[in-house]
Write a protein that binds this ligand. Structure first.
Ligand SMILES: Nc1ncnc2c1ncn2[C@@H]1O[C@H](COP(=O)(O)OP(=O)(O)OP(=O)(O)O)[C@@H](O)[C@H]1O
Ligand SMILES: [Mg+2]
Length: 214
C-alpha cells in the first residue's frame, strides 16, 4: 500500500446512512490533513453518472433491465469510475471514500437478482483487478428502520428501491454474508446509532485496520 492512498468503501441497503457517513468521514479525515476524494456508485464520473441515470430510470420503465444487463451497466460505470477517478486519486496519495462499490453488485445483482456469483466475480476481476478496497464498512440496520428513514427523506423511489420487500431482505442478508466471508476487509457497523456515533465507530474501525498511516 506504500505510496498509494487508501480505498474505503461504504456498503449497505437503502436508507441505512451511507451518504451521511461518507460526508462525515470526509470531514474527519480531511481534518487530519489527508487529501480525501468522496465519490459514489453508480456514478462518480460524467460517463458513470450518465449510466447511473440509465440504471435508476430505465428507458423501458415497465420491463426495466434484466439482471445481467443491469450488472453490465454497473460494471461499465465502475470501469469508467476506476479509470478516470479512483485509480488516479489513489495514485496521487488521496484517501478515496466510495459510497457503494462491488459488494453492492454482489448483494443486489447476485444474491437478490440471481445473477450467478461466478459471472460477477469474473467481470469484477476484469474491471476492478487489484483495485480492491482496503476496508469496507457495512452499515447494518433493520429494514424497517431504514424504510422509516427513507420515508422521512421522501424522494421518489428509483427502479431498484421500488423492488419487492423480499428483494431488499435478500440484499440485507447478503451484506452480512459478504462481511462474514471477508473478515479481513469488511467491518459491520451498527447503523442504528446517531450519525456522530456512527462516524466515530467508522473512524475507530479505519484506524484499527489502516492504522499507523497518519
Ligand atoms: N445515523 C443516523 N440516524 C438517524 N438518521 C439518519 C442517520 N444517518 C442518516 N440518517 C437519515 O436517514 C436518511 C437516509 O440517510 P442516507 O441518505 O445517508 O442513507 P443512504 O444509505 O445513503 O441511502 P441510499 O442508499 O438511498 O442512498 C436521511 O434522511 C438521513 O438524514
Ligand atoms: Mg445515499
Amino acid at each position: 500500500m506504500a505510496g498509494r492512498g487508501r480505498f474505503i468503501t461504504l456498503e449497505g441497503g437503502e436508507g441505512v446512512g451511507k451518504s451521511t457517513l461518507a460526508a462525515a468521514l470526509e470531514a474527519r479525515l480531511a481534518a487530519r490533513g489527508l487529501a480525501v476524494v468522496r465519490t459514489r456508485e453508480p456514478g462518480g464520473t460524467p460517463g458513470a453518472e450518465a449510466i447511473r441515470s440509465l440504471i435508476l430510470n430505465p428507458p423501458a420503465k415497465v420491463t426495466g433491465w434484466e439482471p445481467i444487463a443491469e450488472t453490465l451497466l454497473f460494471y461499465a460505470a465502475r470501469t469508467d469510475h476506476l479509470d478516470k477517478l479512483i485509480r488516479p486519486a489513489l495514485a496521487s496519495g488521496a484517501w478515496v471514500i466510495c459510497d457503494r462499490f462491488s459488494d453492492s453488485t454482489r448483494a443486489y445483482q447476485a444474491a437478490a437478482g440471481h445473477v450467478p456469483s461466478e459471472h460477477i466475480e469474473t467481470i469484477d476481476r476484469i474491471c476492478v483487478g487489484d483495485t480492491t478496497p482496503d476496508i469496507t464498512l457495512i452499515l447494518d440496520l433493520p429494514l424497517s428502520a431504514a424504510r422509516d428513514r427513507m420515508t422521512a427523506r421522501a424522494n421518489d423511489k428509483d427502479a431498484i428501491e421500488s423492488r419487492v420487500l423480499s428483494y431488499h431482505e435478500a440484499v440485507h442478508k447478503a451484506f452480512l454474508d459478504i462481511a462474514r466471508a471477508n473478515p479481513k476487509r469488511c467491518v459491520v457497523l451498527d447503523a442504528s446509532v446517531t450519525p456522530d456515533a456512527l462516524a466515530s465507530s467508522a473512524i475507530a474501525a479505519i484506524d484499527a485496520r489502516l492504522g499507523g498511516d497518519r
